[in-house]
Write a protein that binds this ligand. Structure first.
Ligand code: PLP
Length: 421
């Protein structure tokens, strides 16, 4: 029996309607940019397995660091103890995060990093006896699948069963060149009737929405408005963090820095799950008191798991190396050339790019998980490239270590498949 057949007996997959999509392809090996399936077919992982494995799969440098950590200290409770890997990671993160960040809180995944940020914002005001219960978020944002994160997500097509239980969120459009004044007016209206604790946003690029890029000047104005109105700003950099946008963090492009930053995905280079919620001294200080209850009583059993910390330390060392920084610039330049070439294709409506993130919209209306999207995915796989279209958007987010001929194959495969439409 194949893995695909054995899988169907007991496994329930995420994001899947098993009745219409019963099969999952067995992947048995990954190295660098390549995935190998159980039949021996190879695919270029052109979306870095959901933007995690940015330094390539099974990266030897990360493996060595993790291996050494495994022989030294595997796991220890983090509420009473600390350990070298957590301390070193906190120092390395503070070094590269925006200057105003000063404290590091550990979580297990992107959703709980956001969940923590939301709880921090609520308790920040609770501790100050200022009851603020509303949030602001962008339309079509995605922040994860736990209740708080799900509430702030605007992509709620599949949230029907849970809508009665979500926290209150006011939605604003993402800024473009022409709507700054409209958004500021709407914000003014929101704060005149609601007690807003925080604004949760994906800075500059909305990943799950289809790599939608918004206007940085407009975002700056929104962040400035939040600062002036004591609204805590929570940058969800789970996707944009660690070099994707061409800088270490998308927030590095902004004048106003966020109070809280959520990180995961590329944090560990895809080796193991881990996440971080970082914050400013001001947020942290609001939890200091002789009253125990004012502390932040939120914890995950595997908080600051040493293996995850070791993988993260190795990943940050790679990210900040000259070689990877040069690769990031090279991929950006190659994307620009590809964009110039593909944007006049009769099937292409628009292209957009920031750093290593590239996306094109097809000139057709499609369901997010509709039939044409399945045809595209299958066609790409037949050509040996794993790309995962979102609605009518085809996006590329290759590992920073991709070889020139592999990147070229990603481009020519997209062109070839578009020519068959
Ligand atoms: C993936 C993602 C999340 C959720 O992270 P998980 O690890 O899947 O829970 C949250 N926010 C953004 C922007 C993401 O891309």
């Amino acid at each position: 029996m194949t893995l695909t057949e054995r899988d169907k007996k007991h496994i329930w997959h995420p994001l899947k309607q098993h009745q219409t999509h019963p099969n999952s392809l067995g992947i048995v090996k990954a190295k660098g940019c390549m995935l190998t399936d159980e039949h021996g077919n190879e695919y270029i992982d052109a979306i870095s397995s959901w933007y995690t494995c940015m330094f390539g799969h099974c990266n030897d440098y990360i493996i060595d660091k993790v291996h050494a950590q495994m022989q030294q200290l595997d796991q220890v409770m983090f509420s009473d103890f600390t350990h070298p890997a957590a301390v070193e990671l906190s120092e390395k993160l503070i070094d590269i995060l925006p200057d105003n960040q000063s404290k590091i809180f550990f979580n297990d995944n992107g959703s709980t990093a956001v969940e923590s940020a939301i709880k921090m914002a609520l308790q920040y005001y609770f501790n100050k006896d200022d009851k603020r219960i509303d949030f602001i978020a962008f339309e079509n944002g995605f922040h994860g699948d736990t209740f708080g994160a799900m509430s702030t997500s605007g992509l709620s097509v599949y949230n029907g069963p849970f809508e009665d239980f979500l926290i209150d969120v006011q939605r604003i459009p993402t800024p473009n060149k022409t709507n700054h004044e409209t958004i500021l007016k709407q914000l003014q209206e929101i704060v005149s009737t609601k007690s807003v604790a925080a604004f949760v946003y994906e800075p500059l690029v909305q990943g799950a929405a289809g790599m939608k890029i918004h206007d940085s000047e407009g975002l700056n104005k929104i962040l400035k408005f939040c600062k002036e109105n004591n609204i805590i700003t929570i940058a969800d950099e789970v996707m944009t963090g660690f070099g994707k946008t061409g800088k270490n963090f998308a927030s590095d492009y902004m004048d106003t820095k966020p109070d809280i930053i959520c990180l995961s995905k590329a944090l560990t280079g895809g080796m193991v799950p881990m996440a971080i919620t970082s914050c400013t001294q001001k947020i942290y200080d609001a939890f200091l008191s002789n009253d125990i209850a004012k502390g932040y009583f939120h914890c995950h059993t595997y908080s600051a798991n040493p293996i995850g910390c070791a993988a993260s330390i190795a990943s940050i060392e790679l990210l900040t190396s000259d070689e990877i920084q040069k690769n990031i610039q090279n991929i950006s330049t190659e994307h620009e050339k590809f964009s110039a070439r593909i944007k006049n294709h009769p099937k292409v409506k628009t292209t957009r790019q920031l750093g290593v993130i590239f996306a094109l919209d097809l000139d057709t209306n499609m369901d997010r998980y509709g039939a044409l999207r399945d045809v595209l995915l299958t066609s790409f796989m037949k050509e040996g490239v794993f790309l995962r279209p979102l609605g009518n958007t085809i996006y590329i987010q290759v590992p920073y270590v991709i070889l020139p001929e592999q990147l070229n194959k990603v481009y020519t495969t997209i062109e070839k498949v578009l020519n068959t439409l």
